[in-house]
Design a protein around this ligand. Structure first.
Ligand SMILES: N[C@@H](CCC(=O)N[C@@H](CS)C(=O)NCC(=O)O)C(=O)O
Length: 199
């Protein structure tokens, strides 16, 4: 299998972290790519032009982190890491909150990088407010970390670390002490430590 990726993408991190937790890293080769560059040919493989994209041995290209994760889980790890999350409303809710936090934070980041829009500040503020609301909800829902990890945990840590990385001004660890503790504890695991975003 071949993964189109970038080391700072939080969506890619969800997949890479899962691969690592599942012991599958050796079965996947990687190409770092700028998904917005029309000259790479990537858009032929993934018309939405977004990473992660996972090319299977038969040439099928899977996109969307959660779809890739569900495929890997079912095919290689006896549905151990993702299926139980989707079957449990409490864990599904945590996954959805983490995804929502990531998506709204990503929209705010893209808007911050865009020039010229008159209402840009209000647009960014509205999305960062949603990030704050989602973080506050996750703050009361995350468990104290133990030895087990599932895909909801992976999604939470991927979202929290990326928000802290790209929006350091709004995500203050001291406002979300449990979430910060939870993230810090999971980041001690190799699968998390080796996939963290960095400059
Ligand atoms: N819902 C998608 C989101 C993927 C996504 O937005 N990836 C970003 C990288 S962090 C991307 O490729 N952006 C390129 C663009 O939007 O032009 C997933 O879960 O995989």
């Amino acid at each position: 299998m071949h993964l189109y990726m970038s080391t700072n993408s939080p969506y890619v991190r969800k997949v890479r972290c899962l691969l690592s937790e599942a012991g599958l890293r050796d079965r996947v080769t990687e190409t770092a790519i700028n998904p917005r560059d029309p000259t790479t040919g990537f858009w032929e493989l993934a018309p939405a032009g977004r990473i992660p994209a996972l090319e299977l041995a038969d040439g099928t290209v899977l996109t969307e982190s959660d779809i890739i994760a569900a495929y890997l889980d079912k095919t290689f790890v006896q549905s151990r890491l993702v299926a139980p999350v989707l079957a449990d409303p409490v864990r599904s809710r945590i996954l959805a909150l983490a995804n929502g936090m990531l998506d709204t934070g990503m929209i705010a980041r893209v808007e911050k990088q865009r020039t010229g829009a008159a209402d840009s500040e209000a647009f960014v503020a509205k999305h960062l407010d949603a990030v704050q609301r989602l973080a506050a909800r996750l703050e009361v829902l995350v468990n104290d970390p133990d030895d087990t990890v599932d895909y909801a945990d992976i999604a939470v840590v991927s979202a929290v670390d990326w928000i802290a990385f790209r929006h350091p001004d709004i995500f203050l660890a001291e406002n979300h002490a449990r979430l910060a503790r939870f993230t810090e504890a999971l980041n001690c695991r190799p699968a998390f430590a080796t996939t963290r975003p960095s400059t």
